[in-house]
Design a protein around this ligand. Structure first.
Ligand code: NAD
Length: 334
């Protein structure tokens, strides 16, 4: 039944099981790196929960998947607190929805006349935080539930493209995505199959499973890579824009994805999306969409965050690639 047709009682009866289902899928995905349903199945159900909760706000609970980031950091790895939370990201599924998002966003700061966006590829991996002291890598951690992540320093030390020493003696945190290149993923699954081990569902889960290992020598053989994209305390480096932040990270020796582009028009946005939708399969790493970020960093701060997502960035998600091969497409009729 369409959400706008639901009575309060019907909505009440539906949200409980819907949340339980999403929580269970979230656990499998974020904590066990082993999802049982395809992402688009999860996304559709999640979207329905968002719609029900926005129509009946009295049904929102603090433990709803719409109010929480990721999963719990439940492995035996040491825990790390993120003073600046590592958030999730809102998503849209069409260019029209993206324009609507931009209009709502721009209405929050009516005095700002010029809106520039930095567009980036949405790398299909897991978020990674890297902390440097005097230019030396001292800590690597996962997002976890956004506030408490897992300490994966020893594992990160084995990732070839992560600099142990920066080109400047900075004491600051950088964030980005840890991912497994497509080729490494195929190879790993072939090996696992040959050894009678369960295969990973996709490169993102393979990357997460490989980074969240107790034994760094396992991670070392998994051929992980990174693209760094965020400097939470950009003020310390005198940076003004997201595009500058990416350039700065390149200079410092990080691997930064080369595909970012600054645009200031709807056409620019649509062109980028069209271009990378077409190029997606040729890339050596997986992407599941495009990230649009307000380019001006102080404006990002002014826009701020909700409990779960920043208001200054949004993901445009590509349509699912191979629906026909999906075995878990469940229709939840109510
Ligand atoms: P998300 O992964 O869709 O988006 C947020 C993340 O994007 C950030 O945390 C960051 O790590 C990443 N990212 C990649 N490139 C980036 C860039 N250039 N700039 C900034 N960030 C970038 O959000 P989420 O809340 O972590 O997870 C939701 C996703 O997980 C959905 O796609 C959902 O389908 C999937 N999921 C699937 C299942 C399942 O059972 N199949 C369960 C839970 C979640």
């Amino acid at each position: 039944k369409a959400v706008d047709q639901l009575t309060l009682d019907e909505a009440k009866a539906e949200v409980g099981p819907l949340r339980d289902r999403l929580t269970q899928w979230g656990r499998e995905y974020y904590e066990q790196d082993n999802p049982s349903v395809e992402d688009y199945v999860y996304d559709r159900q999640y979207q329905r929960l968002v719609e029900i909760e926005s129509r009946f706000p009295q049904l929102v609970t603090p433990d709803s998947p719409t109010q929480r980031v990721g999963g719990q950091a439940e492995t035996q790895l040491k825990k790390v607190r993120h003073e600046i939370p590592m958030l999730s990201m809102g998503d849209v599924f069409s260019v029209d929805e993206l324009h609507d998002f931009n209009q709502r966003q721009q209405a929050l700061l009516p005095d700002r006349k010029r809106w520039e966006y930095n567009l980036e590829l949405k790398i299909d991996g897991l978020s990674l935080s890297l902390v440097y002291e005097n230019g030396k890598l001292v800590q690597g951690s996962t997002r976890g539930n956004g506030t408490i992540g897992e300490d994966v320093t020893a594992n990160v030390m084995t990732i070839k493209d992560v600099p142990h020493q920066l080109k400047e003696p900075l004491s600051i945190e950088f964030r980005g995505e840890c991912y497994m290149p497509k080729e490494a993923f195929v190879k790993l699954n072939q090996q696992r199959e040959a050894n009678g081990k369960p295969v990973f569902a996709n490169p993102r889960n393979a990357a997460a499973g490989s980074l969240r290992q107790l034994d760094p020598s396992v991670t070392k053989h998994r051929e992980l890579a990174t693209f760094m994209y965020y400097i939470p305390e950009y003020q310390k480096l005198g940076l003004k824009t997201q595009a500058q932040a990416l350039d700065k990270m390149r200079e410092l020796g990080f691997n930064v994805n080369p595909s970012n582009r600054v645009v200031d028009s709807k056409e620019g946005l649509a062109d980028y999306i069209e271009e990378y939708t077409a190029k997606r399969d040729q890339l050596s790493y997986g992407i599941d969409g495009i990230v649009e970020k307000v380019n001006d960093l102080d404006t990002q701060i002014k826009l701020g965050n909700t409990v779960k997502v920043p208001r200054w960035e949004i993901a445009y998600k590509f349509p699912p690639e191979e629906q026909a091969t999906v075995v878990h497409d469940i229709e939840w009729t109510v």
